[in-house]
Design a protein around this ligand. Sequence first.
Ligand code: SF4
Length: 87
Amino acid sequence: MNRKELLHGILLLPALAAGIAAASTGTAQAKGTKAQFKYQDHPNGKSKCSGCTLFIPNKNAKLPGTCKVVEGAISPNGWCTAFSPKS
Ligand code: SF4
């Protein structure tokens, strides 16, 4: 390896590390908006967030919970197009 190749490798390493870090954190926490998933704060027939595998209930049952894929406060009586029924 000559001096030019060594210098090129040294310059590329930080950029490569930053790219890997950005890719790994960007995909793990991304949620969609309520509009993207056509979220509504009332059930769709018998389907509602409390019966969805993606719903995360609040410890205080009187308060809204959250969702693994939709951002913001989520009503247990809400619904969206990503509804995934519990079996
Ligand atoms: S995916 Fe949709 S239906 Fe399921 S908990 Fe989230 S907002 Fe509610």
